[in-house]
Design a protein around this ligand. Structure first.
Ligand code: AMP
Ligand code: ZN
Length: 113
């Protein structure tokens, strides 16, 4: 069974793309948890946070900075937003290809559910 986000990164499954370059792709979540909900992923398959190594540090920095830029571009820079990496069952991790959630556009409660 091919990885869903690899299929999206390869253009074989459609997504509403918000940003792309050689290493990073950002697209709108199919089941948005707020007025803005974008997923930022590495094009290269990494199964989960648990598989990151030191050589991925630049890539992870790029994911975070790109998500921050997208937050700014969608007008969330002033009002705020949340960036989330889920990992494992307790966090409801469901697509096993590392992704950073950008959620915003509404008041977000803390602690999260
Ligand atoms: P997580 O629970 O962190 O693994 O998040 C996976 C996210 O992927 C969920 O928010 C889903 O709504 C989202 N998702 C699943 N399938 C698609 C898809 N085909 N296009 C866009 N987002 C998707
Ligand atoms: Zn993948």
């Amino acid at each position: 069974m091919p990885c869903l986000f690899c299929e999206i990164a390869g253009g074989r499954i459609p997504a509403k793309v918000a940003y792309q370059d050689d290493t990073v792709l950002a697209f709108h979540d199919i089941n948005p948890q707020g007025p803005t909900h974008i997923l930022v992923i590495p094009r290269r398959h990494i199964t989960s946070l648990m598989d990151l190594t030191e050589k991925d540090d630049v890539l992870v920095g790029n994911l975070v900075r790109r998500a921050r830029d997208l937050a700014k571009q969608t007008g969330l820079g002033e009002r705020g937003f949340r960036l989330v990496f889920n990992a494992g069952e307790d966090a409801g991790y469901s697509v096993y290809h590392v992704h950073l959630h950008l959620v915003g556009g509404r008041r977000l409660s803390w602690p999260p559910g």
